[in-house]
Design a protein around this ligand. Structure first.
Ligand code: HEM
Length: 225
């Protein structure tokens, strides 16, 4: 069976998996281990302040993605509404919980704002590239994102189950429904449009990486490059 016969999402996934290190995921192929975030999550040494920054920046990206598909007149985007993977509300509740525990919630400090702005621009002019980010951001959260959440909860939060790691219904089915929708939306794309979408994957990793790094950056600076 060819890749195309299986649906375009399989191609998207293959390209994404190539950008993981072996330590991050069994299927990972990226050789270069640049920073601690490229190492196995079990070896991470996260901080609460860094994690809070990560949650704040991530929420900005979800706000943007969810606002784009909700507001847009394009029928393509309407397909991406109410997937069950939305995280904006859940992250809002988690941040409220941290506040109730006495933590100060940091203000946005760059990467989330930049990424949200980039997505807004992309959504108006480049559907294939936008879909690449949409797919990667939501799926990353359900895979590596959940591993990260579990590690942080065990190491720092007395195993507290945050809302952003809970979904209504069976996650496996919710993910499959989105795969089906993306396969449907991309069905009529030319090879050129598909390649353009796949080429955007690296940028999606770069933007997400800038946010992920907060978890491991020194608490006092929230430094990232
Ligand atoms: C520390 C960082 C990361 C870790 C530890 C990690 C780990 C993983 C693992 C273990 C899987 C395999 C899940 C499975 O099929 O069983 C996976 C899948 C995936 N990851 Fe990551 N990942 C990380 C970062 C990212 C980033 C930055 C992106 C893109 C923005 C990304 C996008 C994806 C996608 C699209 C899949 C496929 C999910 C699916 O088919 O259900 N990951 N990741």
């Amino acid at each position: 069976m060819t890749l195309q016969a299986k649906g375009f999402v399989d191609e998207m996934r293959m390209v994404s998996m190539r950008l993981h290190t072996r330590e991050q995921a069994r299927e990972g192929e990226k050789k270069e281990v640049k920073g601690p975030q490229d190492r196995s999550v079990s070896k991470w040494d996260p901080t609460i302040v860094g994690y809070l920054r990560f949650l704040v920046e991530s929420k900005l990206v979800y706000d943007a993605l969810e606002c784009i598909v909700d507001k847009s007149d394009f029928p393509y985007y309407a397909e991406l509404r109410n997937t069950g993977l939305e995280r904006s509300e859940q992250l809002g509740r988690d941040l409220e919980w941290f506040k109730s525990q006495g933590y100060g919630i940091p203000g946005p400090s760059g990467p989330g704002v930049n990424y949200a702005f980039y997505l807004q621009q992309l959504s108006a002019k480049d559907l294939p590239a936008f879909i690449c980010h949409f797919y990667n951001f939501y799926f990353a959260h359900t895979a590596g994102g959940r591993m990260i959440g579990k590690t942080v909860a065990e190491k720092l939060l007395n195993k507290k189950d945050l809302e952003c790691y809970k979904w209504d219904g069976e996650l496996k089915q919710i993910l499959q429904n989105l795969r089906d929708k993306i396969n449907k939306v991309t069905l009529g794309w030319t090879r050129e449009e598909k390649n353009h979408c796949l080429e955007e994957t690296e940028r999606s990793f770069k933007y997400s990486g800038d946010i992920l790094r907060f978890i491991l950056s020194p608490a006092s600076t929230g430094a990232h490059t």
